[in-house]
Design a protein around this ligand. Sequence first.
Ligand code: MG
Length: 114
Amino acid sequence: MADATTSVGELRDRVRQFVHARDWERFHAPRDLAMAISIEASELLERFLWRGSGSLAELSSEDRSAIAEELADVLIYGLSLANALEMDLSEAMLAKLKKDEAKYPPDRYRGRAR
Ligand SMILES: [Mg+2]
């Protein structure tokens, strides 16, 4: 069972095993996985639609469970896409964070959304 110390690599392996056990690699072309991420992201958005501001205080435990499932779907397809592309996702994320840290230095962007 996963816990807070489960690594990205371990999660990728779990997703890879899930896909392989069902012989679904044949359906997991990168383009289709990118589409699946977008579709699941829309399902995530749907959980906030017509629900006020969507702030944490407005969400019931049922809402939070449904949101967790949709967010998990997005991330699972993201891991699947990284697997299909044989991409080191940890490295890609760290590289992107480094790029964003340089682009948005805290002394200039603290408290600013733009
Ligand atoms: Mg879903």
